[in-house]
Design a protein around this ligand. Structure first.
Ligand code: COA
Length: 125
């Protein structure tokens, strides 16, 4: 059963301005995300923007926003076919356990100017 739904849009240009700010990237992105997008050439910036949107969408799906959560604990990774999956760590994982969420669904898209993410939280009841 669906327990939560969130959507967010992020400006790709805004994300470009973060690229040379190591502290900002370390604050908002999981080390695995930074490693994964580093090898993506020109699609690195839209990929980061979409991942940032996923973090905000996750907060909306929880219904609390990102209050009390660290954005870097909300990781988006891709499977071998490129499908994104959202992996929650630390307090983000706790927030899911508290709500008995068993599955997180995420979908990303990016164009030249904007990146968008949708997150669905699914639980047994
Ligand atoms: C909930 C949150 C994610 C909203 O994101 P936002 O980018 O400020 O705003 P958006 O324009 O994307 O979305 C606004 C909509 O979110 C929805 N929203 C607001 N609070 C919400 C909540 N607790 N749960 C779900 N949806 C919420 C509302 O529908 C709102 O639109 P409305 O006021 O017209 O109804 C935001 O409050 C939040 O937690 N932000 C944390 C930001 C942060 O830590 N950023 C890192 C530094 S840049």
């Amino acid at each position: 059963m669906i327990q939560g739904l969130g959507i967010d849009v992020v400006s790709v240009e805004r994300m470009r301005s973060w690229l040379n700010d190591e502290a900002l990237l370390a604050r908002y992105f999981h080390p695995n995300e930074r490693k994964a997008v580093a090898g993506r050439g020109s699609s690195a910036v839209p990929a980061l923007a979409a991942r940032f949107a996923a973090k905000e969408a996750f907060g909306k799906a929880l219904g609390t926003g990102l209050q009390g959560l660290s954005l870097r604990d909300i990781e988006v990774r891709n499977d071998e076919l490129g499908k994104p999956e959202l992996v929650a760590h630390a307090r983000a994982a706790l927030a899911l356990r508290e709500r008995s969420i068993e599955k997180v669904w995420v979908s990303l898209t990016h164009e030249r100017e904007s990146a968008i993410a949708v997150v669905v939280l699914e639980g047994a009841s």
